[in-house]
Design a protein. Structure first.
Length: 255
């Protein structure tokens, strides 16, 4: 019991940014895979292999359970679909949980999903119900883009960035990303640019890689507040192999 209390006392709360003080939004829905979730996806949902995968990302973290019946997907022909499963995995760490992976028959290339709505109760941090939020769906053939970017420090965010890191920008992609096959080792890091209050910098390292989710940490060796972030096209691919376009986003300031 004593050990449990020590662990609880040492647990870090998730970093707080400007996003947590704004009205919540469903910022993106990404039709990532059509009838193509791999066999290993059974670890997320037993019915997942061979089904569709659609990550949806909120501006605030999901606070509790994620019932699939809370979501309604509408296809181009007007068919309404309910996911078989919904999970924050693999992005379920304490500082993550902005993204929910919807799994099931969510549309097809012939009748693609066009919108996702939260039609049931789904609680977000700040004791806010996401019911009523909606987003258009990014088409299957489009590559992943940046959908959230949040400022933190090594004190507020647990990361494997180097000890000399002075500031971390967490970027959230529309879906899981990996480097383009055959890319040079530094191409991934060099593709990012962060505009700070004192000029543009390139991360000197990257963190939170290789875990199959849509989060990455940009490790900066400057303390000047990050204002925006961009990534050059053709550096990362989604699980279907679609490359990212040029993408940029404002960084939400730490609070």
């Amino acid at each position: 019991m004593v050990g449990f209390l020590v662990v609880m006392a040492c647990a870090r709360p998730p970093p707080h940014t400007r996003l947590d003080d704004e009205p919540p939004r469903l910022v993106n829905a990404f039709f990532g895979l059509d009838d193509a979730l791999p066999a290993r996806a059974a670890g997320l949902c037993l019915a997942a292999p061979g089904k569709d995968g659609m990550p949806v990302t909120f501006s605030r973290r999901v606070a509790g359970s994620v019932p699939p019946t809370a979501f309604t997907v509408i296809t181009r022909s007007g068919v309404r679909k309910t996911p078989l499963c919904a999970t924050t995995s693999p992005a379920s760490g304490r500082s993550k949980r902005h993204t929910v992976l919807l799994i099931g028959d969510l549309g097809s290339e012939a009748d693609p999903p066009m919108s996702v709505s939260v039609t049931g109760d789904l609680m977000l941090e700040g004791d806010v119900n996401a019911k009523g939020l909606s987003s258009a769906v990014t088409p299957l053939t489009d590559g992943p883009t940046l959908v959230l970017a949040m400022q933190a420090t090594p004190v507020t965010l647990q990361s494997n960035c180097p000890s000399s890191t002075r500031q971390i920008v967490t970027v959230v992609w529309a879906g899981g990303v990996t480097p383009v096959p055959g890319a040079k080792p530094d191409a991934h890091r060099d593709a990012y640019r962060v505009r700070t209050a004192e000029g543009e910098v390139t991360p000197f390292a990257l963190g939170d890689l290789g875990d199959s989710d849509n989060y990455e940490h940009l490790c900066l060796d400057v303390a000047s507040p990050a204002l925006s972030v961009s990534c050059r096209a053709g550096v990362l691919v989604d699980p279907r192999g679609d490359p990212n376009p040029n993408t940029s986003l404002e960084v939400s300031a730490a609070r």
